[in-house]
Write a protein that binds this ligand. Structure first.
Ligand SMILES: Cc1cc2nc3c(=O)[nH]c(=O)nc-3n(C[C@H](O)[C@H](O)[C@H](O)COP(=O)(O)OP(=O)(O)OC[C@H]3O[C@@H](n4cnc5c(N)ncnc54)[C@H](O)[C@@H]3O)c2cc1C
Length: 422
């Protein structure tokens, strides 16, 4: 019987918690998680998870618990500012038939809480309030030190510490820099109890409205439909002070303060029942979170020695493909499969991982960047053109049965557990 191996996981977001669970399920590796924050973060509003990711949550044994909290519907309705419906479709219908999973919108806190519950049930050690300060390697092990002076040693380390990853910056790839995508997201979670019933009954799933300034979308994010995630994706330039923390702090405050009046101004010409509903939703917002969307361009180094980056730490992308969580889950599942065989050297496992993951990540990065285009600022004619294009695309897709054949849904049925490892 080979000796059990030990892994350190840095970060208790979706990637870190899922990695701990999968390694615990599938390998003889003993994991310990270290998280910077004193408790799970509230950042992220509500995330949409697609069939390829939901299937993996199911294999982790947490899908039912997540489904009991999130809102499941893949009904996409695109509304116009004139008050009519431009297009309507079940946007993952074919993928659901293939995989058995649809689309879930769930508060990030609920997702993390469900994963954390499973981690605790499995008795996997997790330490909060731990700031990683150094990573060192010898031939036999990786050694870490934290801000409080405590240390740990293991056979391998997973950097699951998100887009600003310390593991990436300090150890794996110090050359890689973040890039501002030019887009920002403004989001708010609203209790539906404060909205009129004529507004809530109009919201059936993911309801989006194209405006000249960007895209405004609403989507219930809790199982009882008692909370609604409202988010606006728009182009926002870098502040004059550049990409500095101070510049963003001022900019952020201005964005938040001005959000409601700017949105109501954007929606001023919105007509019909839907226009009234959107104005009511925006007017009821009391807290706005502002997320400038940064990303890591494809390429760069994902592993060094005994350390590897997973999730956003390796490949943060713009959220417009709705695949960030699913990409983190796919990373975790592939790596866990590769580490299942204790005889496979770590270096070999990381090499195979890199070869299999690169094309998939590049494909989704490209898709996310393409999807961002429709959210860019435009004039009245540009908006009209976008609506016509959407309407035509959906009508043609329906007429020729492309939606039934899974056009543009191929990436949603990708099963990382079926990928050939050789
Ligand atoms: C506006 C916006 C909307 C999004 N919408 C979606 C969506 O609809 N669907 C979707 O799938 N994805 C979406 N995403 C992306 C998704 O949130 C991320 O891809 C996902 O959270 C990545 O998980 P992660 O665990 O890799 O990183 P994170 O979620 O960032 O978690 C990293 C964890 O590491 C911790 N950490 C950081 N530094 C350290 C350190 N030095 N030591 C220890 N711990 C550390 C952090 O506190 C955090 O808990 C969106 C992102 C944004 C910004």
């Amino acid at each position: 019987m080979p000796q059990s191996r030990k892994a350190i996981i840095i970060g208790a977001g979706p990637a870190g918690l899922a990695a701990a669970l999968r390694l615990h399920q599938q390998t003889n590796i003993q994991v310990t998680i270290y998280e910077l924050r004193a408790e799970p973060t509230t950042l992220g509003g509500a995330v949409g998870i697609q069939p390829n990711g939901l299937r993996l949550l199911d294999r982790l044994g947490v899908y039912e618990k997540a489904a009991a909290r999130g809102f499941i519907s893949s009904n996409l309705t695109l509304h116009s500012m004139q008050g009519h419906i431009v297009a309507q479709q079940d946007f993952v219908g074919w993928a659901r038939e293939q995989t058995g999973f649809g689309y879930m919108r769930i508060k990030r806190t609920d997702l993390v809480d469900v994963l954390l519950g499973a981690v605790q049930k499995a008795k996997i050690p997790i330490h909060f309030n731990m700031r990683l300060t150094t990573i060192k390697e010898s031939d036999e092990s990786v050694h870490v030190t934290f801000g409080d002076g405590s240390t740990d040693t293991a056979d391998m380390l997973f950097g699951c510490d998100g887009i600003h990853s310390f593991v990436r910056r300090a150890y794996v790839d110090s050359k890689k820099t973040l890039e501002y995508s030019g887009m920002s997201g403004l989001g708010s979670i609203i209790p539906t109890s404060i909205l009129s019933s004529s507004t809530t009954t109009q919201i059936t799933g993911l309801d989006a409205t194209l405006t000249e300034d960007g895209m405004l979308a609403v989507n219930p994010c809790s199982a009882g439909k008692d909370e609604l995630f409202c988010f606006f994706s728009k182009e926002v330039g870098l502040p004059n002070s550049g990409d500095s923390r101070d510049g963003w702090a001022v900019h952020r405050k201005e964005e938040v303060d001005g959000f409601k009046s700017a949105m109501l101004e954007t929606l001023e010409s919105a007509k019909g029942e839907w226009g009234i509903a959107m104005k009511e939703v925006v007017d009821s917002i009391s807290v706005v979170n502002f997320y400038p969307v940064y990303r890591l361009r494809p390429g760069g180094v994902w592993s060094r020695g005994r350390c590897i980056l997973l999730g956003d730490a390796a490949h943060a992308m713009s959220p417009h493909a709705g695949q960030g969580v699913s990409m983190a889950l796919e990373d975790v599942f592939l790596l866990s499969r590769l580490l299942e065989d204790p005889e496979r050297p770590l270096k070999k496992a990381f090499e195979i991982y890199d070869r299999i993951r690169r094309p998939r990540i590049n494909e989704i990065f490209k898709l996310a960047a393409q999807n961002a285009q429709v959210r860019k600022k435009t004039g009245p004619w540009g908006l009209w053109l976008k609506e016509v294009q959407f309407s035509l695309a959906m009508t043609l897709s329906w007429v020729f049965g492309a939606d039934k054949r899974g056009l543009r849904q191929g990436h949603l049925v990708y099963d990382v557990d079926e990928v050939d490892l050789v």
